[in-house]
Write a protein that binds this ligand. Structure first.
Ligand SMILES: *[C@@H]1O[C@H](CO)[C@@H](O)[C@H](O)[C@H]1NC(C)=O
Ligand SMILES: *[C@@H]1O[C@H](CO)[C@@H](O)[C@H](O)[C@H]1NC(C)=O
Ligand SMILES: *[C@@H]1O[C@H](CO)[C@@H](O)[C@H](O)[C@H]1NC(C)=O
Ligand SMILES: *[C@@H]1O[C@H](CO)[C@@H](O)[C@H](O)[C@H]1NC(C)=O
Ligand SMILES: *[C@@H]1O[C@H](CO)[C@@H](O)[C@H](O)[C@H]1NC(C)=O
Ligand SMILES: *[C@@H]1O[C@H](CO)[C@@H](O)[C@H](O)[C@H]1NC(C)=O
Ligand SMILES: *[C@@H]1O[C@H](CO)[C@@H](O)[C@H](O)[C@H]1NC(C)=O
Ligand SMILES: *[C@@H]1O[C@H](CO)[C@@H](O)[C@H](O)[C@H]1NC(C)=O
Ligand SMILES: *[C@@H]1O[C@H](CO)[C@@H](O)[C@H](O)[C@H]1NC(C)=O
Ligand SMILES: *[C@@H]1O[C@H](CO)[C@@H](O)[C@H](O)[C@H]1NC(C)=O
Length: 838
């Protein structure tokens, strides 16, 4: 249907009708031209735009027709094109992407011809809708998602996000899965098992506040599945969920108009665990923070030297060297194995059989898990092989190559032959040294025993315990059996800390102790002992003392002195059972000061300085006099030295709210990160409320942001815990504590004081300047490292351990309010910003 040339009046009338129908309606026959940068369809407030834009991930010179938020694409039509392309809403109601204006064969079509489409519009939510004359949506971009969903867009079981070979779906049972090539499930996260029944129509969406929620008719309320790290923070921020082309699913946030995006959550915290990230035969590893792809050895070449993610190929194919294959050995490496492939790959055979079976069989690669399970994965025939190398991985892998094997120096590969020789030598040295030391110990021990055998001190102690404790001050080594007995079979659980559960035990000498059963330790025995030595050589009144340890097989346990009054959180927060007990202001001030002193010792005064990495009320224990003792120090390093993943461990286990922004931005973690966490704890000590609590009272903001606003207004009273007796309080101390806490939680690490300064400020020795707003001037000045496809996000958490806001529906984004005023950021206290000593 073609319109006859319209007389001006008729046209005017038509425009008037269109205008009254809806200001933003796009009539049939409209066209967007790739050659014209001003040709665009916009939402009423210009928040979203449909136009041709350049796509950072596609080659230069190509364009995509996309709905964008500033320059961030949230939906795209069809493949990449060039500047001759057009996007046309045909009179039939079909939307076509055409290679040239005159072409009739579309590159992509909405397939809505003759379905009654009468106009299109781009809504303020970012939804581009083709609608019929009564305004109902016939087709919409929200129902045809690409790789992104934005707030108000729902993902149901029939919709898939996809990006390259990767796809993301929600299933009828509520499970969220990430798939590679529509076959390998490398991420499958279910609901809490009590809810794991068949849902009717599960819908996933992302709230404007940054919470990923699941709703279903059979559920009484929405379930919160994941939180973005900046959830409920104010500002005109768009938060969206995107499946990136590196196979990771992330929540991003972007301040309106800025064009920059920040990762706020990632489903797979360890990027190297994404199947196929480095292509076939590619090996993923980390260079400090970023995942990088390489080849197993010099027997391989990159498929595409300009893009290491495309994988590797053998220099000589296996069929070209029949009978002359050999096995390349890769230490600290494994090949990812997921369902459904996994089922056919698992064997219970030892490491040499794992190698040999692969060599003789129709197998290309194998992994022997060195975790005592005796598991071996054999990758057969032409299956895809996705590798992961890290010093923290105990497994050994083998790849079949045409000999001779040429090791890859960057992966510290040892070829099998020289490897064995080297190992023999190493073992010999270890054995000789061990025998010598053992001999010395026996002699020395004999002497001691001979000298002191009549001393009453030793009654009832095991010889070894007594000897070591009194002879050297070194930590006592316990056997697993001893600790099993001391804790009555790990019966009385005191709590579950970030690194494993803690049990009460009574040692052979009747000392009551807290026994921590460490989880996720992938370190060797030697490193473990070294860390234990460091921890136990760290003595301070405000640090929990390590008595001993156990390292036996896969068991790693630490034995600490027992603290009668458990941890601080039990006294601070109303919902906890000990909350009836009273901590008066004096107690709280002493706890705040003691904690600061303990951390100062860790940072500045001991020999091997320790960054705690996990300061929170749960890790501040109180003795019978309510003196603070910091626990769990040194463990972050122990779990994984220099390994990016320890970041994840800390965040996964519910330390959110205390993590400094640099954790989330992959910036270096320094002692200033502890200062941030301490600042949050200090604020909680004063207020008795969690820093991340969001409620009516706090005006739907995080408590810490709200508290600063109240402080600015001079309303100290509102911040202080209502349970504290006002007449017992030293208000000067209270104000000091509040000011110190705001200095500590500055977004810029350089603006936070050193711990030693914190102690002096709390004690009133050092003058405190008025703290600026904790949040930096512009969003992203620190967390704003723009995100590349290969960057890995530190934060990952899924539901259970998360702090629960009172109700998710009360968490609406608190409107459009501006960022903290710029002046404050500049008014940095000179006495503090110069405080960096090292
Ligand atoms: C557009 O912006 C105005 C003012 O900023 C606001 O009042 C209005 O609600 C916005 N419209 C939509 C559809 O968001
Ligand atoms: C753009 O693409 C069309 C069709 O794919 C092709 O005919 C044309 O030559 C291309 N133009 C440019 C400038 O590359
Ligand atoms: C528009 O679509 C809705 C829903 O599909 C339908 O109920 C309505 O009758 C349609 N209106 C017209 C004029 O076709
Ligand atoms: C999904 O598709 C099936 C089959 O086409 C249909 O029966 C079901 O209603 C759809 N579910 C939703 C939520 O659209
Ligand atoms: C993806 O799967 C298809 C068959 O389902 C297979 O032909 C193709 O080779 C696979 N892609 C890769 C990269 O392995
Ligand atoms: C759902 O996810 C959980 C892990 O959270 C997994 O144990 C379970 O097997 C999954 N269910 C299905 C049907 O995939
Ligand atoms: C599972 O969810 C139910 C209801 O939300 C809750 O009571 C229960 O504690 C949860 N269980 C776990 C293991 O998180
Ligand atoms: C869920 O539905 C499937 C088939 O629709 C059925 O086999 C399964 O038993 C159901 N599971 C539960 C927990 O109801
Ligand atoms: C958008 O533009 C900003 C600056 O204008 C740039 O820093 C950012 O990388 C761009 N983002 C994308 C996705 O192109
Ligand atoms: C690690 O790799 C990334 C991306 O390949 C690169 O930008 C960065 O400079 C590398 N860092 C180091 C320390 O080599």
């Amino acid at each position: 249907m073609k319109l006859p040339p319209a007389p001006p009046l008729y046209l005017l009338l038509l425009l008037l009708i269109a205008a009254t129908a809806s200001a933003a309606d796009i009539p049939l026959g409209s066209t967007l031209y790739a050659s014209d940068p001003t040709s665009r369809w916009s939402s009423p407030n210009n928040t979203f735009t449909l136009s041709f834009t350049t796509n950072p991930t596609s080659p230069a010179g190509t364009l995509i027709a996309a709905v964008t938020y500033t320059n961030i694409s949230i939906w795209k039509a069809g493949p990449s094109t060039n500047s001759t392309a057009v996007l046309r809403l045909l009179p039939s109601g079909d939307l076509h992407l055409l290679p040239t204006p005159t072409s009739t064969t579309p590159l992509w079509s909405s397939a809505t011809a003759n379905l009654g489409v009468s106009a299109a519009s781009l809504e303020e939510s970012g939804n581009f809708v083709l609608k019929n004359s009564s305004g109902a949506a016939v087709w919409s971009t929200f129902d045809h998602p690409a790789d992104t969903i934005v707030p108000t867009q729902n993902l149901n079981v029939n919709l898939t996000l996809s990006s390259g070979l990767y796809s993301f779906r929600i299933h009828n049972n509520g499970n969220l899965t990430l798939l590679w090539n529509n076959s390998i499930v490398y991420y499958n996260s279910g609901l809490n098992s009590t809810m794991n029944s068949n849902l009717t129509n599960p819908i996933l969406d992302i709230q404007p506040t940054g919470i990923l929620t699941l709703s279903d008719p059979t559920l009484s309320s929405q379930l919160d599945l994941a939180y973005s790290s900046d959830y409920a923070e104010e500002g005109n921020i768009l938060r969206f969920l995107k499946l990136d082309n590196d196979g990771n699913l992330r929540i991003y946030s972007s301040a309106r108009g800025s064009g920059t995006v920040n990762v706020r959550w990632a489903a797979v915290s360890d990027q190297c665990q994404v199947y196929g990230f480095c292509g076939n035969m590619g090996i993923c590893s980390y260079n400090d923070t970023y995942p990088v792809c390489g080849c197993p050895s010099q027997n391989f070449d990159l498929v595409d030297p300009t893009d290491s993610r495309k994988g590797c190929k053998r220099r000589v194919e296996l069929q070209d060297c029949p009978g002359r294959e050999s096995m390349l050995q890769l230490d600290h490496s494994r090949f990812l194995a997921f369902q459904p492939e996994l089922a056919s790959q698992v064997y219970f055979i030892g490491i040499s059989a794992c190698r040999l079976n692969c060599l003789v069989g129709p197998c290309t690669a194998s992994t022997s898990l060195a975790d005592g399970s005796g598991l071996c994965y054999l990758k057969s025939g032409s299956t895809f092989v996705s590798g992961y190398h890290s010093p923290a991985i105990p497994s050994t892998s083998f790849v079949k190559v045409c000999g001779p094997v040429m090791p890859n120096p960057s992966l510290a590969t040892t070829s099998s032959v020289s490897g064995i020789r080297w190992r023999l030598t190493a073992w010999l040295v270890v054995v000789v040294v061990a025998v010598t030391i053992f001999g010395l110990i026996v002699v020395e021990g004999g002497l001691w025993w001979w000298c002191f055998k009549n001393s009453p001190k030793f009654g009832g102690l095991s010889a070894q315990y007594a000897l070591l404790e009194y002879a050297s001050g070194a930590p006592v080594q316990f056997s697993y059996k001893e600790l099993h007995k001391a804790t009555k079979g790990f019966k009385e659980k005191l709590g579950a800390g970030g690194f494993g559960a803690v049990y009460k035990g009574v040692l052979a000498n009747k000392t009551v102790a807290a026994v921590k059963q460490l989880e996720g330790i992938e370190q060797g025995e030697k490193q473990f002992r070294m860390e234990v030595a460091t921890i136990s050589s760290t003595h301070h009144l405000n640090l929990v003392r390590l008595i001993g340890f156990c390292s036996e097989g896969r068991h790693r346990l630490l034995v600490y002195e027992f603290m009668k009054n458990v941890s601080l959180d039990n006294f601070l927060f109303i919902s906890n059972e000990h909350s009836g007990k009273h901590l008066n202001w004096e107690n709280r001030y002493n706890i705040a000061l003691g904690t600061a002193k303990g951390i100062t010792y860790l940072h500045e005064e001991c020999r091997d300085c320790i960054v705690h990495c996990d300061i929170k009320p749960e890790n501040i224990l109180l003795d019978e006099n309510y003196y603070a003792k910091v626990s769990d120090f040194g463990l972050a390093k122990l779990v994984n030295p220099k390994d990016h993943r320890y970041r994840t461990l800390t965040s996964v286990r519910g330390t959110r709210g205390y993590l400094a922004p640099e954790w989330l931005a992959n910036l270096p973690i320094t002692s200033k990160s502890d200062v941030y966490s301490y600042g949050m704890v200090l604020l909680e000590i004063v207020s008795g409320r969690r820093n991340f609590e969001v409620s009516e009272v706090t005006n739907h903001k995080k408590f810490s942001s709200w508290a600063y606003e109240e402080f600015e207004k001079g309303n100290i009273e509102a911040i202080v815990d209502g349970r504290l007796q006002r007449n017992e309080m030293d208000m000067e101390q209270v104000v000091r504590a509040i000011q110190v806490s705001f200095w500590c939680i500055q977004e810029q690490p350089s603006q936070r004081p050193m711990m030693g300064k914190v102690v002096q400020m709390l004690e009133g020795i050092l003058e405190i300047d008025r703290p600026p707003a904790p949040k930096a001037v512009t969003e992203g000045s620190i967390c704003g490292t723009s995100v590349t496809a290969s960057s890995v996000s530190a934060l990952s958490t899924f539901a259970a351990s998360m702090p629960m806001p009172s109700s998710s529906s009360s968490l609406q984004m608190a409107g459009i309010s501006s960022f903290a005023s710029g002046k404050h950021g500049e008014r940095a206290s000179s006495s503090l910003s110069n405080s960096s000593r090292k």
